[in-house]
Design a binder for this molecule. Structure first.
Ligand SMILES: Cc1cc2nc3c(=O)[nH]c(=O)nc-3n(C[C@H](O)[C@H](O)[C@H](O)COP(=O)(O)O)c2cc1C
Length: 384
């Protein structure tokens, strides 16, 4: 329904690419070359991604970090995702600029208007990641309860229904339920993208994935298993559920953590430096405890250990090696059925530069992507 040519997440590239978390520090490490989450860095990374034709610039939505009583901890430093996306929308020409909503902290009327505004600024390139929350510290600041896990998705479904109605309904409407009390609701302008802004959702649980299959354009997943070949059954099942139960085609994306160097040894050494010598163990432990408690992942389980290893690297599938070996692994990721992947790096600007220069051409040679030619001008905003 939202298949619009203005938004590159619907382009013909078999493996779509993007940056992740450039509005904060993704890596729980004290490595000296860890990039600071300044606006200048956000902008530099967005320009690199945009000029290279990467499809997505995805932030993380975080009102507060992961440690209590440590106001100066770097995990507290997170740019607001909507105003950040609006700034990047103006500064870019091609990539889809994502915002991310913590649905229970933001009324649909607010999000409808913010997204429509970003869509107008970007000429139809806004996308929205919707999350129900898990980090209770954030909800405590708002004085609202973090809902029981599965109930989050019941709430999210109603919230999204209202958001889409605001984006599409030609008339004002009343709506009254347990959670929402709306009288003569309207949101203008509606998005340039007809049918509304494309929706991403990063559910991992069976309840959440079912929600995502039913409601989202992109499911952002962390498939079980160390290698892409292990992921295939899970990916096939997910897409089958969307198709057979809900009559929908859904893209599945994942996230990756890149360490790219000229030799494998250099990459391995650097990985060891930031995930062992400089790892912020206190922070990673705190995240794991919170995930275990709020998302029902048992302490001591293999799944939690897997998530900890990933979180130590930057929260995604490890892509550690040379440009050639990273490109080869991305071919395997695509063969497993993944349609897109968003990345973190410790030193983002250097990392994105290397990746765009050395890996992207190899993906083009492998037939996963078409060469990108930066458009000469910003898309027309005449109708915004
Ligand atoms: C790649 C990725 C990105 C995510 N981004 C956010 C985010 O920006 N903000 C947030 O609160 N949660 C985020 N989450 C957490 C999810 O919304 C969700 O809580 C988590 O994946 C657990 O899934 P479940 O609710 O199905 O158990 C993200 C998860 C993943 C895997």
């Amino acid at each position: 329904m939202t298949n619009q040519p203005t938004n590159p997440i619907f382009n013909g590239n078999k493996l779509k690419l993007g940056t992740f978390c450039t509005n904060t520090i993704a890596n729980m490490t004290f490595a000296p070359d860890r990039a600071d989450p300044t606006w200048a860095n956000s902008l530099a990374m967005a320009h690199l991604a945009d000029n290279a034709g990467l499809e997505a610039i995805v932030p993380i939505a975080r009102w507060k970090g992961y440690l209590d009583d440590k106001p100066d901890h770097y995990s507290n430093i997170v740019f607001d995702v909507f105003t950040w996306a609006a700034g990047l929308a103006q500064a870019t020409k091609y990539s889809s600029v994502f915002a991310t909503s913590h649905a229970p902290t933001m009324h649909p009327v607010l999000v409808a208007k913010q997204c429509a505004t970003i869509d107008a600024i970007s000429g139809g390139r806004c996308s929205l990641n919707i999350v129900g929350g898990w980090n209770r510290r954030e909800f405590d600041m708002f004085g609202i309860d973090l809902m029981e896990h599965d109930q989050r998705y019941v709430y999210l479904e109603e919230w999204l229904k209202l958001l889409r109605r605001l984006w599409t309904d030609p008339n004002e409407f009343d709506y009254d339920s347990k959670y929402f009390h709306m009288k003569k609701a309207i949101s203008r302008p509606q998005p340039l993208q007809k049918g509304g802004i494309p929706i991403m959702n990063a559910a991992q649980s069976p309840t959440g994935m079912r929600f995502s299959a039913k409601n989202s354009d992109i499911g952002l997943i962390s498939p079980h298993g160390a290698t892409p070949a292990d992921w295939k059954p899970e990916i096939d099942n997910y897409k089958r559920m969307a198709r057979e139960e809900f009559g929908r085609e859904i893209q599945l994306w994942t996230n990756g953590a890149i360490v790219q160097r000229d030799t494998q040894k250099e990459a391995d050494d650097y990985l060891r430096t930031y995930t062992e010598d400089y790892l912020d163990n206190e922070c990673v432990d705190s995240i794991m405890l919170t995930i275990s408690k709020e998302n029902n992942v048992p302490l001591g389980s293999e799944r939690l250990a897997f998530m900890r290893r990933r979180m130590s690297m930057g929260a995604g599938h490890p892509l550690v090696g040379t440009a050639q070996s990273i490109a080869e692994e991305l071919v395997r990721v695509s063969e497993a059925g993944i349609d897109g992947i968003i990345f973190t790096w410790v030193d983002y600007v250097d990392g994105v530069q290397r990746f765009v220069r050395d890996v992207v051409p190899l993906l083009e040679q492998a037939g996963l992507r078409q060469p990108h030619f930066a458009p000469a001008s910003v898309p027309s905003r005449a109708s915004a």
